[in-house]
Write a protein that binds this ligand. Structure first.
Ligand SMILES: [Zn+2]
Length: 177
C-alpha cells in the first residue's frame, strides 16, 4: 500500500475506534461490563502521565501517524524511505510482528510509544490484506494473508481505501442517528 493510503487508513481507523468508543459509552443496550472496559481502555490510551495535554495529544497523533508509515522504511521510494532508508529487503524484518510487539510492550509504561506501535500495527494489518502479504513471523517465510483484498499500487488498492472510508461514514451515521 502506498504511503498516502497508509495515512488515510490510519486516520480512518482512528475514526472507527472513536465511534466504537462513543457507541459503547452512550448506548443503553451495552452492558455495564463493556462500558467499564471501554473506560479502562480510554483511560489507558490517553494517560498523559506527567506531560501536558497540549503536548501529549499532538505527540500521540504524530507518533501514531509516523507508525502508520514507519514499516516502509525498508523501501527507498516510500514516503518515509525517501527521508530515512533502512537498506534491508522490503517486507521482511520491518513487516514482522516483532517491532510493534516491542513498541506496544514499552508503550505500557511510556504511553506515547504505545501509539507509535498502534500505528505500526495498523500498517502491517493493511499490508496483510494485499496480494503479496507479509511474513508476520519472518524469517519464517510463509506469507500470511488475512484475505487478499487488493494489489499494491493497483486500482483495487484505491477501491479498498475508498470502501473503508464509506463504511466509516455509514457506521458513523448508524451510530449517531
Ligand atoms: Zn508496508
Amino acid at each position: 500500500m502506498r504511503g498516502t493510503n497508509h495515512s488515510i487508513m490510519g486516520l480512518t481507523t482512528l475514526g472507527y475506534g472513536a465511534i466504537t468508543g462513543y457507541l459503547f459509552l452512550t448506548d443503553d443496550n451495552i452492558s455495564r461490563q463493556v462500558k467499564d472496559c471501554t473506560v479502562a481502555v480510554r483511560d489507558f490510551l490517553f494517560d498523559n502521565g506527567n506531560l501536558s495535554v497540549y503536548v501529549f495529544y499532538p505527540l500521540i497523533f504524530i507518533l501514531y501517524m509516523l507508525g502508520c508509515l514507519l514499516p516502509d522504511i525498508d523501501y527507498p521510494y516510500s514516503r518515509i524511505g525517501r527521508i530515512i532508508y533502512l537498506p534491508i529487503k522490503h517486507r521482511t524484518w520491518t513487516h514482522a510482528i516483532y517491532v510493534p510487539a516491542v513498541l506496544l510492550i514499552i508503550g505500557i509504561y511510556v504511553r506515547c510509544v504505545f501509539w507509535l506501535g498502534l500505528g505500526y500495527l495498523v500498517h502491517l494489518i493493511c499490508d496483510s490484506f494485499s496480494a503479496s502479504g507479509i511474513s508476520w513471523f519472518y524469517p519464517h517465510k510463509n506469507r500470511h494473508h488475512i484475505c487478499k483484498l487488493y494489489t499494491t499500487s493497483h486500482i483495487s488498492e484505491t477501491i479498498v481505501v475508498f470502501m473503508y472510508i464509506i463504511l466509516l461514514i455509514v457506521y458513523c451515521v448508524f451510530v449517531v442517528l
